[in-house]
Ligand binder design. Structure first.
Ligand code: GUN
Ligand code: ZN
Length: 428
């Protein structure tokens, strides 16, 4: 049985940072045919109705059909401490994050939050995410189980820390290697699930632990590796003290085999010229987390400069350092951060970052992140007039971007009219 979704359809034929808004394709009365979990055809509503008369029609009227949002950096265990007041990174970790992550020693608590987080993500139109778990292997089982039940394509890994974290949240180089390897063997490539090797960041890993995880990555090079890089200046000073031999923060990873294509670096705000050059050369990915960067007071990501250099960049909420689960809010924050850096991101660029850009950063753009035949049918349907305030702001819209931008700036989960996962509607 095939399904035919009707509405305004937004897709991309390239990167709008390189090609401009013309890299986006907008079909005003469009259609998407899905069957067996995949997108089979796209085109005008008239053409696809005529070509597939047996398909079951879901007519979304003037709503916008897009690839589902891909959140490239989250901490699902921080779901319950989102929007915690008054701290910057290191104090925020010690005061809010570590005590909460301790609770995940209880597998039942981990399962509860994993189910809560996936439900919230889907309600916000996020169909894929790449998440840190906690130090506890059961926290990885919990999020993979929650995603598997919902048939979601996700990435997750056990967060490894062997220093500068409280008792109960520390492993060792050997146990980090052994636990990560066992989880990888158990989950990587099962259904739509992928394991990510996950040292939290250099301050909480000894060089020995980073080396052990670098060794694991050499054994499984098709896995991604995620960590944090140069989020706050205090953190960079701390890293310099902990790794006096290293040329810079990135070198603490590079020296241990943790810099290559498939490395996913969250934040990457305060980079040296050498770091930028090495990130570009290796094809690593940078993940911009704008609501987190303003909420924790980290700084302003150089989107225009880094894209101009040809860096691979995705977009993320960084739940719960980030202050929202919504990729719409996250696009708005990316717009505002870029404005403060002197460049106005086009809505096509923002939307691309939240879908195909993040999928590229996760090396999964051949699977998700766009509407094209052969890709997996993870879709979001957006109401472009979801509140009276947004509706009135769109009345004089002269083109699709003017119609979309108020939803980018003011939209939230109320704008999510439907979410489809693997060709099945899960919110409609
Ligand atoms: N750096 C190391 N751990 C974290 C975390 O949990 N959140 C953020 N925002 N930065 C980090
Ligand atoms: Zn993070």
């Amino acid at each position: 049985m095939a399904d035919l979704l009707l509405g305004q359809v937004l897709s991309f034929t390239g990167d709008p940072f390189a090609l401009g808004p013309e890299a986006a394709h907008h079909e005003s009365h469009g259609a998407v045919l899905v069957q067996d979990g995949k997108i089979r055809a796209t085109g005008t509503a008239d053409a696809l109705r005529a070509a597939y008369p047996q398909a079951q029609v879901s007519d979304y009227g003037r709503a916008l059909i897009s690839a589902g949002f891909v959140d490239a950096h989250v901490h699902y265990p921080q779901t319950a401490i989102i929007a915690s007041w008054g701290k910057r990174l290191i104090d925020w970790l010690n005061m809010y994050t570590f005590p909460e992550e301790m609770r995940f020693s209880d597998p039942a608590y981990a399962a509860d939050i994993a189910a809560r987080y996936t439900g919230i993500a889907l309600a916000h139109g996020t169909t894929s995410f790449c998440t840190y778990a906690t130090i506890h292997p059961a926290s990885v089982d919990a999020i993979f189980t929650a995603a598997q039940t919902r048939n979601m394509r996700i990435w997750a890994g056990k967060t490894c820390m062997d220093r500068n974290a409280p008792e109960g949240l520390r492993d060792t180089p050997q146990s980090a290697y052994d636990d990560s390897r066992a989880l990888l063997e158990k989950w990587h490539g099962v259904d739509r699930l992928s394991y990510v090797i996950t040292p939290r960041f250099s301050p909480t890993s000894t060089p020995e632990q980073l080396a052990a995880l670098g060794g694991l990555w050499r054994e499984y090079p098709d896995c991604l590796m995620q960590t944090h890089l140069s989020e706050q200046t205090d953190e960079i000073d701390w890293v310099q003290g902990l790794f006096p031999q290293s040329r810079d923060y990135l070198d603490t990873y590079e020296a241990q085999g943790l810099l290559a294509e498939g490395a996913i670096f969250g934040h990457a705000i305060h980079l040296t010229p050498r770091e930028r050059a090495r990130l570009k050369e290796t094809g690593a990915s940078l993940i911009h987390c704008p609501t987190s960067n303003t909420f924790i007071g980290s700084g302003l990501f150089d989107m225009a400069g880094l894209k101009a250099e040809g860096q691979r960049i995705g977009l993320a909420t960084d739940t719960g350092g980030g202050s929202s689960f919504s990729m719409l809010h996250t696009m708005a924050a990316a717009y505002e951060v870029a404005q403060l850096k002197g460049s106005a991101l086009h809505p096509a660029q923002l939307w691309w970052l939240a879908t195909q850009g993040s999928a590229q950063a996760l090396r999964a753009d051949h699977l998700i992140g766009n509407i094209a035949p052969g890709l997996e049918a993870d879709l979001v349907v957006i109401d472009l007039a979801s509140t009276p305030a947004i509706e009135q702001a769109t009345r004089r819209a002269g083109d699709i971007w003017q119609a979309i931008f108020p939803t980018i700036m003011m939209g939230d989960d109320r704008a999510i009219r439907a979410t489809w996962i693997g060709g099945i509607p899960v919110k409609s």
